[in-house]
Design a protein. Structure first.
Length: 325
């Protein structure tokens, strides 16, 4: 390479860097689409709309929620993967995103390489609840009952491979017991089955399960997160009930197509962090049992969390022999 070509190449690279920085400062110059890969309604959609409204106010451009349900969130997520990496298409995924690489043999994207993490938006615990007729008042008693019943204890889920299914499979792995899995078409019928006694146990979200716990229609044994829930401070965690390392959260996170400029990713993360610290947002999240991520979190820490979750669920799914097509 001749000496006179080196300055030209360096100048071109510098010009590209300046252009990227200028583009980020002018971002967004048009409406931004936020794909939510589930149907309207529910926690994931609620969080997307709440954050979308705040981003619209902060940036002065519309952040439009685009619900694209189907295939457990895969259809909408794939649409985001195929979109231009220019910051004008984002996707809000749930915790199940990290289980899908092990659940599906032909996932149409790479969950680590094809999307760029922006920030996690907080999460919420699930509850381990049992029908009041089940003679167990703690996780230890539940595990002992499951072992003595020799695989006859039943638990419902919102579907094979869903977090309510994997939450129990993780406990089975740590505690060394077996139970009969009864999948339902959604969380509502699974919770109804646990309340009626059709199944013995279920892992509902804290918001859907708490009213039935308060009314006595279900007995809560523990929460799934590493820390106790503010809405149910008297209820222990599964980890402190004798199974250290157990920590499952129904989190949500914002991602962009891989290749989206770092300047745009960082600017979005910083703005979302400000939004999550707003008093009205924190109060709204807390009232619904969600735990906001303090100050948001960095793209790097969110990426590390995604990779760790993928590795953890891969072990659980392999042991359980769960496979979806």
């Amino acid at each position: 390479m001749t000496r006179n070509r080196i300055p030209r190449i360096a100048g071109a690279l510098l010009a590209l860097a300046w252009a990227a920085a200028a583009g980020a400062q002018g971002y967004p110059a048009k409406p931004v689409r936020v794909i939510v890969p589930i149907a309207p309604g529910g926690g994931q959609d609620f969080v997307a709309r709440m954050v979308g409204q705040k981003l619209t106010a902060a940036f002065g451009q519309q952040f439009i929620i685009d619900n694209r349900p189907g295939a457990g969130g895969i259809i909408g997520t794939q649409l985001a993967v195929k979109s231009p990496p220019d910051g004008y298409t984002l996707v809000l995924v749930a915790a199940s995103y990290t289980a899908q690489p092990s659940l599906y043999s032909k996932l149409p994207y790479d969950a680590v390489k094809d999307l760029a993490p922006i920030t996690q938006l907080g999460g919420a615990p699930y509850l381990l609840v049992v029908n009041p007729t089940v003679p167990a008042k703690s996780v230890r008693e539940f595990v002992a009952l499951a072992k003595s019943s020799r695989g006859k204890l039943t638990y419902g889920s919102s579907g094979s491979g869903e977090m309510s299914n994997l939450s129990m499979e993780l406990l089975k792995t740590l505690a060394g017991f077996d139970a009969v899995h009864v999948p339902y078409k959604g969380a509502a019928p699974a919770l109804a089955a646990a309340i009626s006694g059709e199944v013995d146990a279920f892992f509902p979200s804290i918001t859907s399960g708490m009213p039935h716990v308060r009314s006595g229609k279900a007995r809560v044994l523990a929460v799934t997160t590493a820390k106790r829930a503010a809405l149910l401070p008297e209820v222990p965690t599964i980890a402190e009930s004798g199974f250290p390392g157990y920590d499952v959260s129904g989190w949500y996170g914002l991602l962009a197509p891989a290749g989206t400029p770092n300047e745009i990713v960082n600017r979005l993360q910083q703005e979302v962090a400000k939004i999550l610290d707003l008093p009205d947002v924190r109060d709204m999240q807390t009232a619904n049992g969600r735990v906001p991520t303090p100050g948001g979190n960095t793209p790097q820490s969110f990426a590390a969390n995604i990779q760790a979750e993928i590795a953890r669920w891969a072990k659980v799914i392999k042991r359980a022999g769960i496979r979806l097509e």
